[in-house]
Design a binder for this molecule. Structure first.
Ligand code: HDE
Length: 696
């Protein structure tokens, strides 16, 4: 007899044989035309409680009132202790088959093999309702539902971490979270406790440099890299091992916001990244990332060119170990329900498949404990793997029984091994049968609380990172340090962090000190570092413009045919055009008809990668238009105008001769090609000095 409960079909009498809505992905769907109780009893009224008379007290016997309120009272679960704020998407991973020489993990070895995935992006410090664009590290967690079991690659958008040993995780997080007395500031590192900790704890320096760089404020989840951070051990079919670091390379390029944009967005649209991800997928502009691996020999030293591969504060420069592409991830479906999927998804670094193993990195080792443990509280018991989003897409026969929220109705009598009653099933699998058999590793040594000496180098790669960037990226770092330390109250903390910076780079330290009005301490930064050009994210050649947004200012008098041509070219390349007019409605008619999607009241520059003024648009003295154009100009975005639209730019104080300003008589091929190039370059950084984006 089926154990599933029965539910009424569409308006019909409850049918004892109809299936309760269980979808192919295992999710329980709510269906049926009528409102019911949780027990399926149809309800006549959900707006009035059962009372003793119209003006009388509510009766305890109102089972619907009690059930409705009780369920509501328990709707919330604890938010993640870190990475509480997130957004996710479903997708597919397609293997290039190129990883076969280093791993036997099937989802990577077969060319063209597709694996379903669920990806959750997040900030680290903020609460669930905090803003997306704060300066922070971003989580990049990928769940691969492989045929051999679930593999989670729980990474970040920054390739190093603040601490070398997981035992310090509560310390760095307590320091970064809001102050315990007033619970401010929310989702910020610009406060005393964060800088107190990292200035005392110098192994954080490299990660802090990345946080203060443009990497800390990505333009979108579509345009950020991902990193597995730790070194993994991969094992191939012949049992040979290699040490590997995982990378995600966004096809749309690596792009960031500027700090002022990030701050405006945090107020104007706190859901900036979440919205961008969902809108892109809805529009069919699927975010794509290639998975790459850096492969280092597993020669017993756990190091490569003098870099300790067990130290998660170090990278291996791509110039030393090129990133080899092994597959492509495409995010093509938005979640149906935020809570059921994005909130309840449970990642774990211990979700590994044959061919992928861990190393002795002490940060990774602690994570292997933490992720399983945290789900017990967050998801209320040990059966969270049965939730639809967490369910493996391959047979599971684990002999685990009972526990809170048990969904399975297990048959059989013998959930133990060995047994004779259930035919001695389930049975263990050998490596040849797909069993996860670890490569034997010799482990020995005295029990000590100590680090190897190589972990003591806290600055050389921070210096390498800083010196590998272009001048404008360095300016952004200087400004970020000056801003964040400027928000600290304790003088001693600022002075101590300046001592740290003096060990990274003299110019960096001096400029930050000047901004704070403090003397720059003398330090001894490493002079012999080799730079890694791959660390810069400034593009010199135009990249793809898919997913980019162009705001076109127009009104009923504007050259709407020109707008239509621009829209056609942009759409062809996957970019979107949004018409911004003084008031809402529709402009023109027929083939050139344009729907006004934003007005000057609802538009803000941060939403657009480029702003264009259509020829013929009537001049206005609306200050909101001036603000829109000046912000876009100040943020070094592509600005364009054709025909008399140029006058509107000039009226707003925009220099027509400035870099990244595209002008034309009409929307012809030259005009659209120049627009596409300007957008593909992401920003006109040559303009930065002109717009006083920085004091440097
Ligand atoms: Fe996490 N981390 N972490 N972390 N982490 C969590 O797990 C933890 C670390 C990362 O979208 C928690 O399910 C410890 C590094 C991501 O659901 C928790 C240590 C990296 C996410 C936890 C680290 C990460 C988490 C909170 C030091 C990059 C979000 C909720 C040993 C490689 C996953 C949860 C999602 C989430 C612990 C360090 C990435 C408490 C103890 C390094 C992307 O288990």
């Amino acid at each position: 007899m089926s154990s599933r409960r029965k539910i009424a079909g569409n308006g019909s009498t409850p049918n004892a044989d109809s299936d309760r809505g269980v979808a192919s992905d295992g999710a329980l769907r709510q269906e049926g035309e009528f409102l019911t109780t949780a027990q399926g009893v149809r309800l006549p009224d959900t707006d009035h409680s059962l009372k003793a008379g119209e003006r009388g007290p509510t009766l305890l016997e109102d089972f619907h009132l009690r059930e409705k309120i009780t369920h509501f009272d328990h709707e919330r679960i604890p938010e993640r202790v870190v990475h509480a704020r997130g957004a996710a998407a479903h997708g597919v991973f397609e293997s290039y088959g190129t990883a076969k020489k280093v791993t036997k993990a099937q989802f990577l070895t077969k060319k063209g093999q597709q694996t379903q995935v669920f990806v959750r992006f997040s900030t680290v410090l903020g609460s669930r309702g905090s803003a997306d664009t704060v300066r922070d590290t971003r989580g990049f967690a990928v769940k691969f539902y492989t045929d051999e079991g679930t593999f989670d690659l729980v990474g970040n958008n920054i390739p190093v971490f603040f601490i070398q040993d997981g035992i310090k995780f509560p310390d760095i997080i307590h320091a970064g979270k809001p102050h315990p007395d007033r619970e401010i500031p929310q989702a910020q590192s610009a406060h005393d406790t964060f800088w107190d900790f990292v200035s005392l704890h110098t192994e954080a320096t490299h990660h802090v440099m990345w946080n203060m760089s443009d990497r800390g404020i990505p333009r979108s989840y579509r345009t950020m890299e991902g990193f597995g951070v730790h070194t993994f051990r991969l094992v191939n079919d012949s049992g040979e091992t290699a040490l590997v670091k995982f990378h995600w390379k966004p096809v749309a390029g690596i792009h960031s916001l500027v700090w002022e944009e990030a701050q405006i967005a945090a107020g104007v649209d706190p859901d900036f990244h979440r919205r961008d991800l969902a809108d892109s997928i809805d529009a069919g502009i699927f975010p794509e990332y290639e998975l790459g691996i850096q492969v280092m020999p597993d020669d017993g030293t756990d190091s490569f060119h003098g870099i300790d591969l067990l130290d998660p504060t170090k990278i291996v420069p791509e110039e030393l170990a090129p990133v080899q592409l092994v597959g492509k991830l495409t995010l093509n479906r938005n979640p149906t329900n935020y809570f059921a999927e994005t909130e309840q998804v449970a990642f774990h670094t211990g979700h590994l498949v044959p061919g992928i193993e861990v190393t002795n990195d002490p940060l990774m080792q602690a994570r292997l404990f933490s992720y399983l443990d945290t789900q017990l509280t967050r998801l209320g018991g040990p059966n969270f793997a049965q939730l639809p989003i967490n369910r493996p897409r391959c047979p599971v026969n684990d002999m685990f029984r009972d526990g809170m929220h048990q969904h399975a109705v297990h048959p059989g009598l013998a959930p133990y091994r060995p047994n004779s009653i259930d035919g001695d099933l389930p049975r263990p699998a050998s490596a040849g049968q797909g069993g996860y058999v670890q490569v034997p590793r010799a482990i020995e040594g005295p029990a000590v609380r100590a680090n190897p000496a190589s972990f003591d180098d806290h600055f050389s790669q921070a210096t390498m990172f800083y010196r590998s960037l272009t001048p404008i990226e360095q300016v952004h770092i200087i400004e970020a340090f000056t801003f964040e330390l400027g928000k600290c109250y304790e003088q001693a903390i600022k002075e101590r962090e300046l001592i740290v910076l003096s060990k990274v780079d003299t110019d960096l330290c001096e400029q930050v000190a000047a901004g704070l009005g403090l003397p720059a301490p003398a330090g001894e930064p490493a002079n012999d570092v080799t730079t890694s050009p791959a660390l810069s994210q400034v593009v010199t050649e135009p990249g793809p413009i898919a997913g980019r947004k162009i705001g076109v200012i127009a009104d009923a008098n504007a050259d709407l045919a020109g707008v239509a041509i621009l829209r056609g070219v942009a759409t062809e390349l996957g970019a979107a055009v949004h018409v911004i007019a003084p008031v809402g409605g529709v402009l023109g008619r027929g083939r050139t008809k344009q729907i006004v999607e934003r007005t000057l009241l609802t538009a803000r520059s941060i939403e657009f990668d480029a702003v264009v003024v259509a020829g013929g648009t009537a001049p206005t003295n609306d200050i909101k238009l001036v603000l829109l154009l000046q912000e876009a100009f100040r943020h070094c975005k592509a600005i364009a105008a054709w025909g008399t639209g140029q006058d509107i730019l000039e009226d707003a104080g925009i220099s027509l001769a400035a870099p990244g300003v595209v002008l034309g008589k009409k929307v012809d091929e030259d005009f659209t090609a120049s627009m596409v190039t300007a957008l593909g370059l992401h920003r006109a950084w040559d303009r930065a000095e002109l717009v006083m984006l920085s004091a440097v």
